[in-house]
Design a protein around this ligand. Structure first.
Ligand code: ZN
Ligand code: ZN
Length: 113
C-alpha cells in the first residue's frame, strides 16, 4: 500500500505518476472536485505488473479506519466505497474485484454488437 518495499526506480516512477495525477483517483468526490492525492494504493496484478490508484488524505484515513471498505476493480480501474456494515464478509481495508458492474455493463454492450 506504500512505496516502502518497492525498488527506488519503481518508487520514483510511481511518484512521478502520482504528481501527474494530482488528485484522488477514488470516488470520494465528484470528478473535478476531488482533493489532491497524498498517497497511492499499489495492487500487484496476476500478470506480474501493478496497478496504482492515487488517494487523498481523506481516503487514506478511511482505509485505516473501520467504517469503510474500498472495492477496486482490476478490469476497468474503477473504485467504490462501501459501508463495511453492508459487507461483513470482507476482510482487510480493500477488496479486489476482477470485474465490477461497470465492466459487466461494457461486456453486455460488446455482446450486443
Ligand atoms: Zn479521495
Ligand atoms: Zn470494472
Amino acid at each position: 500500500m506504500t512505496t516502502n518495499s518497492l525498488p527506488a526506480a519503481l518508487a520514483n516512477a510511481l511518484e512521478n505518476e502520482l504528481k501527474n495525477k494530482k488528485c484522488c483517483g477514488l470516488k470520494c468526490a465528484p470528478l473535478g472536485s476531488r482533493p489532491p492525492a497524498v498517497n497511492q494504493i499499489i495492487q500487484p496484478l496476476p500478470d506480474g505488473g501493478t496497478r496504482t490508484w492515487a488517494i487523498c488524505r481523506e481516503c487514506e484515513q478511511a482505509l485505516l479506519g473501520p467504517e469503510w471498505l474500498l472495492l477496486l476493480c482490476l478490469g476497468c480501474g474503477s473504485s467504490q466505497w462501501v459501508c463495511r456494515a453492508l459487507a461483513p464478509w470482507a476482510t482487510g481495508p480493500t477488496r479486489i474485484l476482477s470485474c465490477c458492474p461497470e465492466c459487466s455493463k461494457k461486456n453486455e454492450e460488446y455482446a450486443d454488437d
